[in-house]
Ligand binder design. Structure first.
Ligand code: ATP
Length: 428
């Protein structure tokens, strides 16, 4: 049986991945948890999310499905933050006999949940039409994520994946400041990067894999395989870990991106990979955000932004000039693309006016006075006007990304990019 769960936490605490970790232990009483549990990130622009729009799926081999279902539901009732208006848990149970039938339907649903917007009614209709066992609490919005997570488990071979080792705090420490030895995260990063990423942000001297909210997570190490995230986690020093789980996940895969051939098709609450030409010099607006417009071949335009949290990435963006050709990826909200990555494809030439050079001696001529042209004092040669001289741009073509401290969960870090046709500049 596949069990999908979503929407159990609030800003005051809990985390659906924590409930997943508890259930991995407790469901052993009813059978065997098979494969890796899944942590599936859904559309990052959804306003109903608490933090990272995550849902969880587990696979349980059991002869007692009814008892396992009852246990899952009782734990959701007990642990979900039902009093929070935004918490609307959902649980979905797919029986083994239905795997093949539901595989394509839920694959489409997963893709839509990651890349687009789904109404609660659509999830409820699908559950009804396919006869899926489920339980929605309150308005049942969590059924969307729970169905999508089941779709991911049914279609494992279809999508790129990474791993995250999530360590959870002991319950009595929840809500208190986390005791961690910061230096141990830098050590773990030195020993396991680039197979792990986003543990620390070297440029901004930050530990980025430790949350600051009241949830039960102590830290999460992200990486390419189970062995490496476990090795990195074993190097961390801090308060005792209550429990942990290693999730297989679509984090760091760019699964959220749609390819936009034309800027006219772009919609809010969707994420894209798109191309265009920089139309005007980037402007820094109130709050430190850096914005510039791009235009596609058909003349459609969109504003692109490196917001203040992207820190040093804004220095790069400020170097763009009109005429530069770029490919960008990011999410669109209020008609503006929030840049996650940029490929600078071609740079427009930059010119500076200067006095003409003497064709004899090669030295710059001097002005002969206003509107009287230029002359070389030594060789007596003359020229009518200034010339344009191409100067080197303080920017190189290639692929760039926001720093780890500003990374979106789904964004594929450049350390995972293996293109040979372009210079890659991973942010550290
Ligand atoms: P949690 O740890 O509880 O999962 P979270 O930050 O991941 O916290 P949720 O509390 O799960 O966020 O809230 C996200 C809500 O949005 C869930 O109810 C989920 O079902 C729903 N949702 C996810 N993706 C979509 C989508 N594409 N369209 C509409 N609703 C969605």
């Amino acid at each position: 049986m596949i069990i999908g769960i979503d929407d159990t936490d609030s800003n005051e605490g809990m985390c659906t991945t924590y409930l997943g970790a508890l259930l991995i232990e407790e469901l052993q009483a009813y059978g065997t948890v098979e494969d890796h549990p899944l942590l599936v990130r859904l559309n990052p622009t959804i306003p109903y999310k608490t933090r990272g729009n995550a849902a969880v799926a587990l696979k349980l081999k059991t002869d007692f499905p009814e008892r396992a279902i009852a246990h899952v539901l009782s734990r959701i009732k007990e642990l979900a933050h039902m009093e929070c208006e935004k918490t609307n848990p959902g649980a979905v149970f797919i029986l083994e006999k239905d795997y093949e039938k539901l595989k394509p339907v839920l694959r489409n649903f997963l893709e839509k949940a990651v890349r687009s917007v789904i109404e609660i009614e659509e999830a409820k209709n699908l559950i009804f039409e396919c006869g899926i066992s489920s339980k929605g609490f309150k308005n049942g919005r969590g059924l969307i994520g729970a169905l999508a997570a089941c779709g991911a488990m049914l279609n494992l071979e279809e999508w790129d994946y990474t791993f995250e080792h999530l360590a959870y705090r002991q319950k009595e420490r929840w809500g208190t400041p986390r005791e961690i030895e910061k230096e141990s995260f830098f050590e773990a990063d030195r020993k396991t990067y680039p197979e792990t990423w986003d543990t620390v942000d070297l440029t901004n001297r930050l530990v980025v894999c430790v949350p600051h909210s009241a949830d039960p997570v102590l830290f999460g190490i992200r990486g390419e395989n189970q062995e490496i995230v476990t090795e990195a986690a074993s190097l961390i020093r801090g308060e005792p870990v209550g429990r942990f789980a290693v999730y297989r996940t679509n984090q760091g895969t760019d699964m959220h991106l749609l390819y936009a051939a034309n800027l006219a098709e772009i919609q809010d609450m969707h994420s894209y990979r798109l191309e265009g030409t920089v139309l005007a010099f980037p402007k820094t607006i109130h709050g430190g955000h850096v914005i510039f417009p791009i235009r596609d071949k058909e003349g459609n335009e969109i504003d692109c932004a490196a917001f203040e949290p992207t820190k040093n990435f804004r220095l790069l963006i400020r170097k763009l000039r009109p005429g530069d050709n770029v490919a960008l990826s990011g999410s669109v909200n209020s008609g503006t693309l929030n840049i996650e990555k940029i490929e600078i494809k071609t740079l427009s030439p930059l010119y500076k006016e200067e006095n003409p050079k003497c064709p004899n001696c090669g030295k710059h001529m001097k002005s002969s006075g206003q509107a009287q042209g230029f002359r070389c004092k030594k060789c007596k040669t003359q020229a009518a006007s200034k010339i344009l001289h191409q100067i080197k741009r303080d920017l190189a073509a290639g692929l760039y990304e926001v720093p780890p401290c500003a990374r979106r969960h789904l964004a594929k870090p450049l350390v995972r990019e293996h293109r040979s046709d372009v210079d890659i500049h991973p942010a550290r």
